[in-house]
Design a protein around this ligand. Structure first.
Ligand code: PGA
Length: 245
């Protein structure tokens, strides 16, 4: 059954500057003004610009601000890290965890589960990224990879998290799985974590393919990287989400 919420998460990765982030937060807020309440949008700029995004939101904005990572400890000797209490204090409500670009830098499933628990303890909603590499996809080992990534997430309090299925080979590549493949993997993730789990798709979502991907019954939204940098693309993606509500 199609969930009654469609999540759009804009992951800006390491892009932007103070004025761009502030202006984008404002423009997204304007784009959401007349949108059905079932469409939820989370804007995730780099950590140094979280406050710029928050300052850019007009009163009553429906845009929520998210971070791209947090540490599992609340404070301490962790140079360069940011904790969940720090994010919560700013007014950040969501945090992307376990993105493949961070896994590539050494984050493990164990670390990601601890970060997620720390985020939830502060009332933040983790957006947990999972997905197989191209080699695993070609070897038809997607389920095995997901089992390993999901096993530690079962202990998290549901439904206070979102899952983003992001095949690593689809990120920034312009390639996407077929629609039946996306449906099948989303169904599998729901069968492991519970049917109420909101599973977003991420990996080369853009203005051209958002409608068909978001329209899949098992898809509860999208995590958008490159295309989210462009407000025109985001308006089209928001319109695609509106068509479902
Ligand atoms: P992409 O990135 O949309 O540029 O493929 C998605 C992501 O990495 O979250």
């Amino acid at each position: 059954m199609k969930s009654n919420t469609t999540w759009l998460v804009a992951n800006w990765k390491m892009n932007g500057n103070v004025s761009r982030v502030r202006d984008f937060a404002f423009s997204l807020s304007a784009a959401l003004m007349t949108v059905p309440s079932g469409v939820k949008l989370v804007y995730c700029p780099p950590a140094v610009y979280l406050q710029s995004a928050l300052y850019g939101l007009p009163q009553n904005s429906r845009v929520r601000v998210g971070a791209q990572h947090c540490h599992s400890a609340a404070e301490g000797a962790f140079t360069g890290e940011i904790s969940a209490p720090m994010l919560a204090e700013l007014g950040v409500r969501y945090v992307i965890l376990g993105h493949s670009e961070r896994r590539a830098m050494g984050e493990t499933d164990e670390m990601i589960a601890a970060e997620a628990a720390a985020a939830q303890a502060e009332g933040l909603v983790p957006i947990l990224c999972v997905g197989e590499s191209e080699a695993a996809y070609n070897a038809q080992k997607t389920t095995e990879v997901l089992n390993a990534q999901l096993s530690r997430l079962r202990a998290l309090a549901s439904p206070r998290f979102l899952v983003a299925y992001e095949p690593v080979w689809a990120i920034g590549s312009g390639k996407t799985p077929t629609l039946p493949e996306i449906s099948a993997v989303h169904s599998y993730i729901k069968s492991v974590l519970g049917s109420e789990t909101a599973v977003l798709y991420g990996g080369s979502v853009n203005a051209g393919n958002a409608k068909e991907i978001l329209g899949l019954a098992e898809v509860s939204g999208a995590l958008i990287g490159g295309a989210s940098l462009d407000i025109t693309s985001m308006r089209t993606i928001i319109a695609a989400a509106c068509g479902l509500h």
